[in-house]
Structures are given as C-alpha cells and as structure tokens.
Design a protein around this ligand. Sequence first.
Ligand SMILES: [Zn+2]
Length: 76
Amino acid sequence: MAENRVVEGRMVTPNRLAELIEGEDVMDAEPIVDADRDCPDCGGDVLEVGYMPSIAEFVTGQKCQECGWSETDREE
Ligand SMILES: [Zn+2]
C-alpha cells in the first residue's frame, strides 16, 4: 500500500511507525507524511505521523527513516 513507508530498512504502516515512536501499542494513526526537516542525529529524512496513544490524547510524532531518532510534540 502506498501509505506504507520504509523506516530503518523495514516497511512500516502508520500504526507501526506510531508504535516505534511511542514505544507501545497505539489506538489509531493517520497517514504518514514527510516532515519538513532533517534528522538532527544523522541528517536523514524524517517522517511524521499523527496518532492516538489513548482515547483522550492525540500526538504528532516524528521519526528518522535512517536511524533510531524520534520525538513527539507531547509536553513533558
Ligand atoms: Zn537519523
């Protein structure tokens, strides 16, 4: 499917990408888009996905396609 993307050499779905960012299962995820930035660690392309880790929360996460770098817009 066109919405699947390659991350760290593996084809991932939006849900799988969100799980990589979150570190655990997520309830739902939006289609993956290209983030308008380069990875601060390796300079690789960064993908962005909006997802719901729980029913009451929506998070936008970013993940490098080449290395393990990721971050979210969640306020710590
Ligand atoms: Zn990277």
